[in-house]
Design a protein around this ligand. Structure first.
Ligand code: GDP
Ligand code: MG
Length: 163
């Protein structure tokens, strides 16, 4: 049995970087629902011996008539419905921002299975942000650097029991 992991969080926290690291060139499927294709990318992830489906919530960066908050909410709720687990990503260098709080609220309300990742943690400039992340009440943050591939063993350790 495998699982589906959705990467959620505000623009620029590193979701696509992690998606690309997990999926490599194996990007395969896209959702065929109107309006969703552009916004949700699905791929087959590999992390050590684990194989699972990963969803990247994209499209928040593009300007449209819909407010960013509205799109964040809609996309995140959709991703939560599709996924068994959400990996809520923060930029640890920036700490917890008001936009992050909005996501945390959506995820708490949806009572999804949520894991917290403090990304961009490759330097100790991220320590304060990691500490802030504990206050979200979404469990212990996993320190990762999607860009540098750090913390992947810790991510593996957290996901392994779910596989
Ligand atoms: P998304 O909008 O959440 O999909 O974020 P992206 O994956 O597009 O990343 C946004 C920016 O953060 C890009 O310039 C990435 O290169 C950078 N980035 C992603 N992960 C890391 C990381 O672990 N460390 C650092 N320093 N930068 C990162
Ligand atoms: Mg992206």
């Amino acid at each position: 049995m495998s699982f589906t992991l959705a990467l959620v969080g505000r623009p620029n926290v590193g979701k696509s970087t992690l998606f690309n690291r997990l999926v490599g060139k194996r990007l395969a499927l896209v959702d065929d629902q109107p309006g969703v294709t552009r916004d949700l990318r699905e791929g087959e992830a590999r992390l050590g011996d684990l194989r699972f489906t990963v969803i990247d919530t994209a499209g928040l960066e593009e300007a449209t008539d819909e407010s960013l908050q509205g799109r964040m909410r809609r996309l995140t709720e959709r991703a939560v419905e599709m996924a068994d687990i959400c990996l809520f990503m923060l930029d640890a260098r920036q700490g917890v921002t008001p936009a992050d709080e909005v996501f945390a609220e959506i995820l708490r309300k949806k009572s999804a299975h949520v894991l917290l990742a403090a990304n961009k943690s490759e330097s100790n400039a991220s320590d304060a942000g990691v500490l802030e992340a504990y206050a979200l009440g979404l469990g212990d943050p996993i320190r990762i650097s999607a860009e540098h591939g750090e913390g992947m063993a810790d991510l593996h350790a957290v996901l392994m029991p779910l596989a």
